[in-house]
Design a protein around this ligand. Structure first.
Ligand code: NOJ
Length: 568
């Protein structure tokens, strides 16, 4: 064996064992039902992912975050889980999962599984048992059941609303056929909230964490991590009193909300941490926690989940001041918690950033509007959308983000510059937010349309059959095959940037430089790696240095509007 081969093997296994692999990882989110379909049934599947491992390797990512792949009736895109320790038969088998995991690992890619602890689905055996069991039974104690108010219990226990719209309580029919108790669901009625005061639930989730960790899962993305523990002491506070108590703009900052971000939730994660640390390297986790900024650090602490998403850039406009303030604040927060920062522009819940940035300022609100209940989506009127500008800015923003210290979370299709699909007929929509808010919310289906792999053919190469959400004709020009090897394509931009990022990222330091313009951000990382972004409308002079990659064509010694460049 040559020296080079030995060295390569060694550094590969060292990397795999590095307990800090996640700190500056590029993580690619796969929404499995829309990624790649191996059997032509219109639904992406696990074998489809395995077949695309060479694509992922060439892209240059460090880890895949896999959105829920568990058995599910898809009342909420798989976030309604029937069984936490199995694979949806529509997507494959546990053996397929193992094969995918082995293929990813062989390619040097880690695997992060989405875990959904706040609620199960209403088809979970626990919930079915609860429905068949009497009031006060142990089976009902796994969920949050309450008697209704009013003479015959016909009024919901409180006026709380579900994040998806409509009431947060649903009445059941008792086993004897009479109208019965109510159960709480913060999300869809098919997603009953679990009772995290119940030791059995806590133990069962520890078992689930070990189940997947034993199968080689390297980390977990924790769904609505801030909702698990609740204080439901009677009388339940009304939503009017709740909103009066919430004087901040960004959620409660003192843990006093009855179900969001209570301090007790960290007891749960302290136990999870013990399980993570049973493994070598320790399993990692990232919290999806929409909490007041001052309370994020606890989720991200090494005694807790280790990392927490910050969705601040995702909600910002394409604006130099906003970006600078957010970056500075989040890096400081990450230092405080001992975690590394997390950056994200797009995911399966928000309007794709190539579309948001093509909308008039205020586009951040088109992504997620925190209104105290959680997030809501706003549809964007097509006539206001500038597709070309949106993509230019998205490419500039992403190139900036990939230069920042911390983990970069990418969403499938953004490497193609995909736009949000607005033209989905109502009859084909799937998102519960659409059904529960008819005429108000269009929901999240537009970012979940199956990926185009080829410019022509059935479902643009997604599979041999159709696509479970309709793909528009314009998907052809974004297809992987239409961009592969094409200089200047968004796919090649991502590949080049991810390759340089791996090479150039040595420490977690960065330093701001005076750019001489309020519209230009300039920072450097150790080793002479410089990033300059022009958020303004007019070209600016480029600082000296060798150009490594730019998000759009440069104009001689000038950096055009809406463009980022990496220099050395
Ligand atoms: C957050 C997930 O990202 C979203 O897709 C889901 O609908 C809710 N949690 C409920 O699980």
């Amino acid at each position: 064996m040559s020296n080079t081969a030995t060295l390569a093997t060694l550094s590969g296994s060292d990397l795999a064992a590095d307990p800090n692999w996640w700190r500056q990882a590029s993580v690619y989110q796969i929404y499995p039902r829309s990624f790649s379909d191996s059997n032509g049934d219109g639904l992406g599947d696990i074998k489809g992912i395995t077949a695309k491992v060479p694509y992922l390797k060439q892209l240059g990512i460090d880890a895949v975050w896999l959105s829920p792949f568990y058995p599910s009736a898809l009342a909420d895109g798989g976030y309604d889980v029937d069984d936490y320790r199995d694979v949806d038969p529509k997507l494959g088998t546990l053996a397929d999962f193992d094969e995918m995991s082995a293929a990813l690992h062989a390619a040097g890619i880690k695997l992060i599984a989405d875990i959904v602890p706040n609620h199960s689905s209403n088809r979970h055996v626990w919930f079915q048992e609860a429905l068949a069991s009497p009031r006060g039974s142990a089976a009902r104690e796994r969920y949050i059941f309450r008697d209704g108010k009013g003479e015959n219990g016909e009024i919901a226990p409180s006026d709380w609303e579900s994040v998806f719209g409509g009431p947060a309580w649903e009445r059941i029919t008792e086993p004897d056929g009479t109208p019965g108790q109510w159960y709480m669901h913060i999300f869809a009625k098919e997603q009953p909230d679990l009772n995290w005061s119940n030791r059995e639930i806590r133990d069962d989730f520890l078992k689930t964490l070990r189940f997947w960790s034993d199968r080689g899962v390297d980390g977990f993305r924790v769904d609505v991590a801030h909702a698990l523990t609740k204080d439901l002491t009677e009388p339940l506070i009304s939503k009017v009193e709740l909103s009066a108590a919430n004087t901040g703009t960004d959620g409660f900052d003192d843990g006093s909300h009855p179900f969001w971000d209570r301090d007790e939730v960290h007891e749960v994660y302290a136990e999870w941490r013990e399980v993570f640390n049973e493994y070598n390297p320790p399993r990692t986790a990232v919290a999806e926690a929409w909490v007041h900024a001052s309370r994020r650090a606890r989720y991200a602490s090494p005694q807790g989940l280790g990392q927490a998403f910050n969705f601040d850039l995702l909600q910002a406009d394409f604006d130099a001041d906003e970006f600078r303030e957010i970056i500075t604040r989040n890096l400081a927060e990450a230092t405080e918690s001992g975690a590394s920062s997390t950056w994200v522009f797009s995911n399966h819940d928000v309007v794709r950033h190539a579309t948001r940035y093509g909308l008039p300022k205020g586009g951040g609100k088109h992504a997620q509007g925190q209104d105290g209940k959680g997030w809501l989506l706003a549809g964007a009127p097509a006539e206001e959308l500038d597709v070309e500008l949106g993509l230019r800015r998205a490419r500039a923003a992403t190139l900036l983000m990939l230069a920042l210290p911390g983990s970069a979370y990418l969403y499938q299709g953004e490497e193609l510059g995909l736009q949000e699909v607005a033209e989905i007929p109502d009859a084909e929509r799937q998102d519960p937010t659409f059904f529960r808010n008819k005429g108000v919310e269009i929901g999240r289906d537009g970012c979940r349309v199956p990926l185009p792999w080829a410019p022509e053919g059935t479902s643009f190469g997604f599979g041999d059959g159709g696509a479970h959400l309709p793909q528009p004709a314009w998907f052809a020009r974004y297809a992987v095959a239409a961009q592969d090897g094409v200089e200047g394509s968004t796919l090649e931009l991502y590949r080049t940037a991810l390759k340089f990022r791996r090479e150039l990222q040595t420490s977690e330091e960065m330093e701001w430089h005076e750019s001489g313009s309020a519209d230009v951000l300039h920072f450097s990382r150790p080793g002479g790696w410089q990033t300059v972004t022009n958020f303004g409308d007019t070209p600016v002079e480029l600082p000296a240095g060798e150009v490594l990659v730019s998000s759009g064509p440069l104009d001689g010694g000038l950096l055009p509007a809406n463009t980022t460049v990496w220099l050395r």
